[in-house]
Write a protein that binds this ligand. Sequence first.
Ligand code: ATP
Ligand code: MG
Length: 556
Amino acid sequence: MSEVKKSLNFIEQIIEEDLKSNYNQHELKFRFPPEPNGYLHIGHAKSICLNFGLGEKYSAPVNLRFDDTNPIKEEQEFVDAIKEDILWLGFKWEKECYASDYFQQLYDWAVEMIKNGDAYVDSQNSELIAEQKGTPTKPGVISPFSKRSVSENLELFEKMKNGEAAEGAHVLRARIDMASTNMLMRDPVMYRSLHKKHHRTGNDWMIYPMYDWAHGQSDFVEQVSHSLCTLEFVMHRELYNWFLEKIDTKDQLVPKQREFARLNLSYTIMSKRKLAGLVSNSVVSSWDDPRMPTISGLRRRGYTPASIRKFAETIGVAKRDNVIDVSLLEFCIREDLNKTAPRVMGVLDPVKLVITNYDDDKEEWLETENNPEDESAGTRKIPFSKNIYIEREDFKEEANRKFFRLTLGKEVRLKSAYIIKGEKVIKDENGEILEIHCTYDPKSKSGSGTEESLKKVKGTLHWVSIAHAIEAEIRLYDRLFSIESPDADKEKDFMEFINPDSLKVITGFVEPGLKYAGVSEKFQFQRIGYFCVDKESTEEHLVFNRTVNLRDSWVK
Ligand code: ATP
Ligand code: MG
């Protein structure tokens, strides 16, 4: 048996315990609850893989719920992009839900709470309310409006709802405990007036619920059994439970919140707000710029759903915050593409090589394997002729014995072609190499089975025939930040640590068969790395993105 029985992560352990005690399997339900205020990033992918992974494991439904409580920052564009990304990762949600679908229910509950003395309208400004909050060691001050009568509260709350109260004039607060050791329990704001149009409810509402009021209640409405969120919500759990105690839950299941560590990646920032800053300041071209840690950026860069799911599985689910090395993510895509990406020839920094004893107008189509890791990938034919390009760094006039590439007087193999020998170089007046002249051994053709073809030579080079090769724009991406923790320094702005060499655009030459490669097709440029066709690519102007080098070239 090759399958290793995996140990359960701590969330799975909790669920297993629950199934043994007070839950039935059919009661299990999960959700992924993004706020549609930006594109999803690799941290969200971790949460998606966790929630939808549990759904798959326990055959339980998983809802996609948009926590759309803040009309100022939310847009339909983000809703659409989020859905596309989740589907691309290979997951399907049970229901597409919106917190805004529950605005009426939330409002009704709030009215109930006012009637029960659990909420009041505070007419102080936000600065004053903040001042009265106290500190973790000093209790807060009870608002003078806390004693407002129920009828006055109801009247004001309705005015707020109808937009008859100015923005900032009043807020609705829960009446809990201004001396609680949990600052979130000090009469938190439940509603504020916002005279803004919402991307789904239009102008129906002139008040909007705060995230903390809407989030736990939405989980309840949907009957989510296990509400999984990141560690910064540990302190919110008490508040969410308090809210659920104050409404009539009619003996329905109450969600159980559990918290896990958010994903942090080295050389990366992961907050939507900061990522939005990179876009608005044109540090990157868009949310799906291949340097972005967004799912759409990774997709455009050439990452596959399988590689991202593998990454999420490898890092697991932790209870403590930590930083994962970005090279693990790169390792996952390299592993996947090694198995699946066809091999092709591409020369990025070309120098001309002339095979002097090869006929001027001869051309041969040589058979070569598409993927040595996958026999079923088959073979293809690539053209060979007298003049070829090789990589400039694959030649040195003189070199020590460790240089297994081309030098004068030594032999190397041209991949899938012949053994050649360096004879002479032609340079310009500045000493720059213009041409390398070689001879070839006609009997050494790869795969021909001759004695000459079986001869062992130290190096094998990739190449393209100049007459046949096609030009391609190659975008060489590197890490967007030059330091490991770009947002750890609170004194400095993360923008100061942008890697100035995160994108280099060059012109390379690739084998002719690539002319018709489709957008997002992925290849291994032999001996170099993995590349995929960018969405801006056309038959007339090919554009490739470098996904990752063949080997990890980052030395710490
Ligand atoms: P950001 O701060 O980047 O905007 P967020 O937590 O505000 O992130 P939401 O849209 O509210 O973004 O997140 C949706 C879900 O994804 C939440 O359950 C959240 O806990 C989870 N999530 C967000 N970032 C990460 C992360 N880095 N690692 C794991 N889960 C995450
Ligand atoms: Mg958020």
